[in-house]
Design a protein around this ligand. Structure first.
Ligand code: SAM
Length: 161
């Protein structure tokens, strides 16, 4: 049986409103709570020994967290909502050296999607407590996935995928 036709499989659950499949309209599934109030407070990239941050899922997405504690590290995708979106080339250090936007991990990009691999400390209901974020407090959350390093042959053998 191909996954995923219209039929639900036993135990599967869905949102109570449909999302169009033919555009890239994204929904914010939650919000990231960090100690970083201004951009200068943010690290350029997060670190696993950084401060605890909160990944607050909207309640309707809570069922989608089932099984998340099996993973020690998660990949978060978020919308860098304060970023301008019109830069094609940038000088990150303001030193005259200019590079194309797509050769940088700068937050300033046409679709300002940020990604971080974070360490999952614990779950508190709809909220995940993690370390490794680099974004402003209030940054909207787009997605949560197990980190790719869980997808090794050894992890598969333990049934972690
Ligand atoms: N880790 C992500 C990545 O690699 O895709 C983002 C890296 S980007 C270099 C991180 C920087 O984006 C932070 O240091 C801060 O200056 C900026 N930033 C963080 N949150 C932001 C937001 N919500 N809107 C705009 N800029 C943000």
């Amino acid at each position: 049986m191909t996954h995923h036709g219209d039929a639900l499989r036993p135990g599967e659950t869905v949102l109570d409103r449909p999302l169009a499949a033919d555009d890239a309209g994204l929904v914010f599934i939650g919000v990231l709570r960090t100690p970083f109030q201004i951009r200068d407070d943010c690290p350029r990239q997060g670190s696993f020994d950084g401060p605890e941050c909160r990944v607050e899922l909207r309640p309707e997405f809570a069922p989608a967290l089932q099984g998340i504690e099996r993973h020690s590290h998660l990949e978060l995708l978020y919308w860098l909502h304060r970023a301008r979106r019109d830069l094609l080339s940038q000088s990150p250090k303001a030193d005259g050296e200019v590079r194309g936007t797509f050769s940088l991990r700068s937050p300033l990009r046409p679709n300002p999607i940020g990604t971080s691999v974070v360490k999952l400390e614990r779950r508190e209901g709809n909220t995940l407590i993690v370390r490794g974020l680099d974004c402003l407090d209030g940054t909207p959350l787009l997605d949560v996935k197990p980190d790719r390093c869980g997808y090794t042959v050894q992890a598969r053998a333990k049934g972690l995928d």
